[in-house]
Design a protein around this ligand. Sequence first.
Ligand code: SF4
Ligand code: SF4
Ligand code: SF4
Length: 294
Amino acid sequence: MLKKIAFVALDGCFGCSFISSGLNDNLKEFISSFEIVSSPFIDSVNFDSCDICIIEGAVNSEESKQKAISLREKSKYVVALGTCACFGGINGLRNLCNTKEDVYQKYFNGKKSYEFKEVSVLLDKVLALENVIKVDYTIPGCPPVEEFIKQSIKTIAEGKSIKLPSHNLCYECTRNHESMLIPKREFLNVSISSIMEADNIDDNKCFLEQEILCMGPATRQGCNSRCVNVNVPCKGCMGPTSNTDEQGLKMINALSSILPAGVLNYFEDLIGTGYRFSLSLSAISKKGKRRDER
Ligand code: SF4
Ligand code: SF4
Ligand code: SF4
């Protein structure tokens, strides 16, 4: 049984760390059976070695990149925990800017990156952990489901491999989706910004069949359908399914088969919607790279 575990946060929101590292009541007892050599809440990565290093967050800065490389060297297994670490997460949307200087231009009154001594230097692109180091296992979700975290850590600690579910969310969704292929004249999400604005949602019927955008067809199952079960459409946080990194393209493909020709032209934010959590993995992220960096 592998016992020494490190929890480390790179560029995330600490949500995954909060749930997994023992602060959350539901996992407290389970996690306390391990020897915790590092926690993001004491901000220490000064340990010599560990069996399982569980890393939250994308790689957004040079400092995080170096930290990830160093963690890899002293860990037997590296686990990417949460959507930011697995796919870049919400952070990855900044890859729509061509370079980091575009970011400073937009958000820091045009100052150059080297003028900010107090913050670590941003990388040109937000990277998923697997873009920087070898990752042994991924536990996606924003944040991942607690039971999924627990079972995954337990399995890895026993020296076994974990396997992610391979189907999309529609496969496990219990909403009635019998007539998904009937073309619609209108698509509600084009004109509404919040689900609260939609009247008369049928609690038992597929969102797409009610012309409400749901990312289920392009998103990996495994979250226990926690949004769609409470009448909220899926936004795609479990990331792409096993057969592609292009979650957005897969969604466009799915929509093309259920919408009348031309309707997709009227979507205001196709990339932000389809790649909300996984843009760092997409070929679109590489488009903005300077020629000499390709
Ligand atoms: S995956 Fe979600 S909960 Fe986890 S660090 Fe990223 S934003 Fe936070
Ligand atoms: S599109 Fe959404 S609501 Fe419809 S079956 Fe798939 S996950 Fe369920
Ligand atoms: S329903 Fe979609 S957005 Fe909600 S937790 Fe599952 S994968 Fe994430």
